[in-house]
Design a protein around this ligand. Structure first.
Ligand code: BTN
Length: 249
């Protein structure tokens, strides 16, 4: 593996029984570059935009990995976030016969049919000439109970064996490294196109707010930064993230 390309080390996984948040734990100084934290249970999982990440039961996947990247080698974080989503999507697809039912919901959620099956929380901070990125990934393997008011997706109908869980983890780490390599290679536009082809938002009409303006447009693709392009009445609009007001019409 090219040492200049950030990667996760499959031989450096710290397994925890229970933790508040694997992302919090991963930020500790004792956790080094490329190391991974996996917990069996999370008691205060965090999501994007101050949301929480529910634990659906012990044995689901709560994963965080640390990358320490010299700033001159830092990828565009918007693209990085999308590619991490791509790696998770590829892994989930490989574990199901209904692979085309798994879709990316920009910026990096993964849905199975109508339910969210995976969420990703990236946290980046720069110290001097390095940026530390914590890549937090939650995967719903199964649920111990029903949540009638939430659209939750899960990969399996019941608790899974340790072997299946480990195989999934191995495959996901391999795909994360593969997608990070692709991001650093000249072929990244091909991957961006694959991500678009596997996107829930493709050709959907989106309504959202930019500042004080409400904008409406058809989701038309990703730009080279991984931002979403809407084609609106008055020309293309670039969205940098989803917000509270983001709606699929
Ligand atoms: C989201 O969809 O809003 C992101 C959810 C991210 C959840 C994962 S679970 C492992 C890691 N630890 C956390 O506290 N959050 C991330």
């Amino acid at each position: 593996m090219n040492r200049d390309i950030p990667f996760f080390d499959i031989d450096k996984i710290h397994y925890l029984e229970s933790v508040d948040s694997t992302n919090n734990y991963c930020k500790k100084n004792e956790i080094k570059n490329s190391e991974i934290i996996i917990a069996n249970e999370q008691t205060a999982g965090r999501g994007r935009g101050k949301k929480e990440w529910l634990s659906l039961g012990e044995g689901n996947l709560f994963f965080s990995g640390k990358l320490v990247i010299p700033i001159e080698n830092l990828p565009k974080l918007s693209l990085f976030s999308l590619f991490i989503g791509g790696a998770v999507l590829k892994t989930l697809q490989a574990f199901s016969e209904n692979s085309n039912e798994f879709k990316l919901k920009w910026p990096n959620d993964i849905y199975f049919k109508n339910g969210k099956i995976s969420g990703i929380l990236l946290e980046a901070e720069t110290y001097g000439n390095v940026t530390i990125i914590i890549v937090g990934i939650g995967i719903n393997f199964f649920s111990e109970r029903e949540f009638p008011n939430l659209n939750i997706g899960k990969l399996f109908e019941s608790r899974i064996s340790k072997e299946t869980r480990n195989t999934f983890i191995q495959k996901m780490v391999a795909n994360l490294n593969l997608f990070i390599q692709k991001l650093y290679s000249d072929s990244y536009p091909t991957e961006l196109e694959w991500l678009w082809q596997n996107s829930i938002l493709r050709d959907k009409i989106i309504r959202t707010r930019i500042g004080s303006d409400i904008v409406v447009g058809k989701a038309a693709g990703f730009d080279p930064n991984g931002f979403l392009i809407l084609s609106g009445d008055r020309g293309p609009i670039t969205l940098y993230d989803t917000g509270e007001d983001f709606q699929i019409l």
